[in-house]
Ligand binder design. Structure first.
Ligand code: MF3
Ligand code: CO
Length: 256
């Protein structure tokens, strides 16, 4: 796989895919309440995507069985929707990739179920802020390491663990393209950003230690120490003078 530069037509399609991702998050937010199962959330989102002439890209990807990744509390990423009923005080990350006419949009954010404790609020707020620290580094001529460093610095200054086993990525026709976008690194290193590239930046931060493990289902990634994790992700286009967020939050509830 290589780094792809998108044409104006491709950018239009990615903008639409990204907009559907934003709209789906907006659509599902009011359903994220005590008592609903993650499987029910998954079904609602799959129906929403298909009604919009789009495809749930994760479903069937390397055998992944669902539309969403629903990652609760100590699950970092790739939680498979199941019969778990959300409880007051949980946090849940909803991560989705939507394909529109062959182009992908990808965004995750973490939601509170009812009233969550101050530690969870802190984790969510600063994980989202770490994402925007990375996003602000996106401009032609800057390097991937500039993004990685900005995310890591912010996270560690706030005493959060930076999960290293998983990275952001390029995106386009495929949901995972080059380059890799790690959440830790060194300024001035790595591939150079160019106008027309699209990348996903996605810090996965923990309230405790950064170590994680893979469960026997070969998908679910959890924190080793059982601490909570949060995950925020945007699809970002590199423009002539900076960036465009292709998956903007529509709920006004962001930490940009
Ligand atoms: N948004 C996730 C990612 O960035 C989607 C992967 S889930 C999978 O990697 F099931 F499709 F692998
Ligand atoms: Co992604």
């Amino acid at each position: 796989m290589m780094i792809t530069i998108k044409s104006p037509r491709e950018i239009e399609l990615m903008r639409h895919a990204g907009k559907l991702v934003s709209l789906m998050h907006q659509f599902i937010k009011p359903y994220i309440k005590e008592g609903i199962t993650t499987k029910e959330l998954d079904k609602l989102c799959e129906d929403f995507i298909r009604k919009n002439d789009a495809v749930p890209t994760c479903k069937g990807f390397e055998g992944y069985p669902a539309t969403l990744c629903t990652s609760v509390n100590d699950t970092v990423v790739h939680g498979i929707p199941d019969n778990y009923k959300l409880k007051n005080g949980d946090i849940i990350t909803i991560d989705v990739v939507i394909g529109y006419k062959g182009y992908q949009g990808d965004a995750a954010w973490t939601y509170a179920v009812g009233e969550v404790d101050d530690n969870k609020k802190y984790l969510m707020e600063h994980t989202e802020k770490a994402l925007y620290e990375g996003v602000k580094m996106v401009a032609p001529g800057n390097r991937i390491g500039d993004i990685s460093y900005a995310v890591q610095k912010y996270a560690e200054e706030h005493n959060l663990g930076v999960v290293r086993e998983l990275c952001g990525h390029g995106i386009g026709r495929d949901m995972h393209e080059d380059p890799e976008v790690p959440n830790y690194g060194t300024p001035g290193t790595g591939p150079k950003l160019k106008e027309g590239m699209a990348i996903c930046i996605e810090p996965m931060l923990t309230f405790g230690h950064r170590n994680v493990y893979l469960m026997d289902d070969e998908w679910t990634v959890k924190t080793l120490d059982g601490s909570d994790a949060a995950h925020y992700e945007h699809t970002i286009l590199v423009t002539s003078d900076g960036y465009e967020i292709l998956t903007p939050r529509l709920d006004g509830d962001n930490n940009e």
